[in-house]
Each structure stands twice: as structure tokens, then as C-alpha cells.
Design a protein around this ligand. Structure first.
Ligand code: CAA
Length: 387
């Protein structure tokens, strides 16, 4: 029996910043951002969206009458949690009308949270093949105005269903992981912006990738020759390129070309959205599915990295039922219909923060189905405009 990713949907708001504008405003060469960092645009998240609404707007595309009652768990990966006690997953249960006999859990380990969800879901569905698990990766990446990390901001959500006989990716059972207490990137509870040791975090990412890649090969006897493509956690797309280059000499010349071409396919969407922390690897996987010419049976390697730090290398093969047509069209329409912000508008939206008292938010600039309408009695108020 094959188990893996059956559906993979994405949501981010329409508003975005062009990074040439950011480069000019910050007195940097545009090519530093476009080539040196590998980003062109970044999603700008309004105050009326949080991890819960981003997730609901993504998940509503893959939860419907045909699978709603099969969903046994919601595993919500995020480092942008909205409550120190309640999980973001339990809000989704209500917003998506999920059944009552369900587990709803939030998972946190920086950008690794959604991968923990995928792996736990894989194990669960192996024991309960008639069930599905809804896995979420939803975050808002914030470093602050005028910081080196600013160019790597972004946000959004991926939602995946993990099931038996999946239509996208059959997950392999073998997986290699590593954890170590490292201060490369962190966000104390009192801060809305992350703290990061930028260069150090890049080095730790590469060290973890090399360690788990080696461990995976020892476990499986597979080598780079067994892979058609790799998808990486992409905090900015140059980071994935650096990781790929670290192992590329292991491949022959023809395969190097194929891996590089597929890497380009895997960063098309991330380049235009920016970092979405724990969802980034899966947005990149979606980008690979939609923009590369993949065939059933081909093996994909996935590297997940969460600062602090945890890394995992795992793999899967393209499903016989694979079809990227509908998703590709959705992304084309989405990118065509986005709304570019000026620097002043971006700074204004970025600086808007939720107060710690009751408030009613102006929803007129947000066309999403699920929105945060305010705070009442210290409770976030969510609205579903689809009903
Ligand atoms: N044309 C082309 N390239 C140029 C250029 C130009 N005109 N000017 C500069 N560059 C290149 C530089 O040579 C450099 O390339 P390399 O990395 O290949 O050496 C690149 O552009 C970036 O330049 P700098 O190193 O000078 O950039 P910076 O000091 O301003 O900061 C950063 C870069 C450290 C990535 C910073 O943006 C940052 O801190 N980002 C957030 C942290 C992060 O994303 N870390 C990733 C690992 S941690 C993780 O993965 C978890 C997570 O999601 C956060």
C-alpha cells in the first residue's frame, strides 16, 4: 500500500512588494536581491490575516464533501501561533466544518513543523488506511523594516491531505533526521519579529543537509543517481541552490543538468512569494510538480530545515495518478491577479499590529474567504464570507 501526499494547496494574500522597489529604498543593487538572494517579490500579509485564516483559505480548497468525514487529524505546523494554549488546528475544525471525532494539534519547531506533521500522518495512515490527515504549514515571516532579513520576508499557507493511494507523491518509509540546540534563528514570546544570525543560519542549514543526506544514503543504499529532483526548504531560493551545489558533484554531467533544471522549476513560486517558514518546502514541491516535466515513478528528495535546529531528508515517488494541470492554472491566474504595493503602502501594512484589547478591523481591503475581523473579550473573531 502506498501512502503519501494526496492533495497540496496554497494560499497567500494578493498584496505583494516588488523587490526592485525594496532594493532602491534600501540602497542595494537589485541584482543582490534577484540573483544573490534569489527573490523577485514577496507576499505582504495584512493584519486581517493570521496563521488560522491563511490555513483555512488554503485548506478549504482540498476539504470537501468527499473527504471531510475521513479526516481524523489536523496537524498544524506553525511558528506564528496565535495563542499559547489553544492550538490553531482547533479553529480550523470549526471553520472547515470538520467532524467532532478528530484530533487537532499544533506542532512547532521553526520551519520544520509541517514536516513533523507529514511524518506523523504517514505513520498514522499506515495503521488507518481508510483515514486522511490534514497537514498545515502556515506562517508569516517577519524580520523587520531595514533589517538584512527584510528581503527574505513573506508568508502564506500550504494545506495537504495525507492518504493511502495518494494522487501526488508516494512517501518512502526511510527518512533521516537530526536535532541540535543551536541559536541560529529564534523569536522570544514578546517579539513579533524574528532574531537571526544570518550567515551562521545558512551554514547550519548546509551542515544539517549534508549530515542527513549522508545518513539517508547509508540507510537506503540509494545515491544521487536515484533522484530526478530535490525540493528544499527555501527561506530564500539561493539557499536551496547552495544546498544542491553541495552535493551536485556526486552526479554525472547529464544528471547535473537535469537536477539544475528541476531546481529552477522548484523555485518559480517561492521566488514570487518569499519565505513562508514551515510551508516553504511544500510550496517548492508544488512549484516542482507544476513546472517540471515529471513522470510517474520518478523519485524526489525533500530536505526540511527548521532553525534551532532540526533537519530531515526524506523521499517519495511520483504517483501514477499525478496531474498538475489544475494547480498550474490556479497559480497562473493568481500571479496575474496580484496587487503590487508601493514602498509606503508596504511599510504601512507591515507596521499595522493587532492591539492587546478589543478591536474591530477594517475588512474592505481583504477579499479572502476567511478573515480575522477583530478581537472581542480577548478572543480572535473569524469570519467565513463563503457562507
Ligand atoms: N549581484 C549578485 N549577487 C550579489 C550582489 C549583486 N550586485 N551583491 C551581493 N550579492 C550576493 C552576495 O555575494 C551573497 O551571495 P552568497 O550568499 O552566495 O555569498 C548574497 O548576494 C547575499 O549577500 P549578503 O550575504 O551580503 O547579504 P546580507 O548580509 O544582506 O544577508 C542573509 C543575507 C543572511 C540571507 C539575510 O537576508 C538573512 O539574515 N536572512 C534571514 C535568515 C535566513 O533566511 N537564513 C537561512 C537559513 S535559516 C532557515 O532556513 C530557517 C528560516 O526559514 C529562517
Amino acid at each position: 500500500m502506498q501512502i503519501g501526499i494526496d492533495q497540496l494547496a496554497f494560499y497567500t494574500p494578493k498584496t505583494y512588494l516588488d523587490l526592485v522597489d525594496l532594493a532602491h529604498a534600501r540602497h542595494q543593487e537589485p541584482d543582490k536581491y534577484r540573483i544573490g538572494i534569489g527573490q523577485s517579490q514577496q507576499a505582504v500579509i495584512p493584519v486581517t490575516q493570521d496563521a488560522v485564516t491563511l490555513a483555512a483559505n488554503a485548506a478549504v480548497k482540498i476539504v470537501n464533501a468527499t473527504n471531510r468525514d475521513q479526516i481524523a487529524m489536523v496537524l498544524f505546523g506553525t511558528e506564528s501561533g496565535i495563542d499559547n494554549s489553544k492550538s490553531a488546528a482547533v479553529y480550523l475544525q470549526r471553520l472547515l466544518h470538520l467532524p467532532g471525532n478528530i484530533r487537532t494539534i499544533e506542532l512547532k519547531q521553526a520551519c520544520y513543523g509541517a514536516t513533523a506533521g507529514v511524518q506523523f500522518a504517514h505513520d498514522y495512515v499506515r495503521l488507518h488506511p481508510d483515514k486522511q490527515v490534514l497537514v498545515i504549514g502556515a506562517d508569516i515571516a517577519r524580520y523587520g523594516l531595514n533589517t538584512p532579513g527584510e528581503v527574505t520576508q513573506g508568508g502564506g499557507a500550504v494545506a495537504m491531505t495525507i492518504s493511502a493511494e495518494p494522487r501526488l507523491l508516494n512517501l518512502d518509509n526511510e527518512t533521516a533526521f537530526k536535532s541540535e540546540d543551536i541559536m541560529d534563528f529564534w523569536r522570544p514570546l514578546y517579539r513579533t519579529e524574528a532574531l537571526v544570525d544570518g550567515r551562521f543560519s545558512e551554514n547550519v542549514y548546509i551542515d544539517f543537509f549534508k549530515a542527513v543526506w549522508q545518513n539517508y544514503q547509508q540507510q537506503t543504499d540509494r545515491t544521487i543517481a536515484d533522484f530526478t529532483a530535490f525540493a528544499f526548504h527555501l527561506p530564500f531560493t539561493k539557499m536551496g541552490l547552495k544546498a544542491l551545489r553541495a552535493i551536485l558533484p556526486e552526479a554525472n554531467e547529464m544528471q547535473q543538468k537535469q537536477l539544475m533544471a528541476n531546481f529552477e522549476a522548484s523555485r518559480v513560486y517561492n521566488r514570487q512569494v518569499g519565505n513562508l517558514y514551515t510551508g516553504s518546502l511544500y510550496l517548492s514541491l508544488r512549484s516542482l510538480f507544476d513546472n517540471a516535466a515529471l513522470k510517474p515513478g520518478q523519485r524526489i528528495g525533500l530536505f526540511s530545515y527548521g532553525s534551532g535546529a532540526e533537519g530531515e531528508f526524506f523521499s517519495g515517488t511520483i504517483s501514477d495518478q499525478f496531474d498538475a494541470q489544475a494547480s498550474r492554472q490556479w497559480f497562473t491566474d493568481f500571479f496575474d491577479g496580484r496587487q503590487q504595493l508601493t514602498m509606503a503602502q508596504y511599510e504601512q501594512v507591515f507596521s499595522q499590529k493587532l492591539p492587546d484589547h478589543d478591536v474591530l478591523l477594517d475588512l474592505s481591503h481583504d477579499d479572502a474567504r476567511f478573515v480575522l475581523s477583530g478581537i472581542k473579550h480577548d478572543q480572535r473573531q473569524y469570519v467565513d464570507r463563503g457562507h
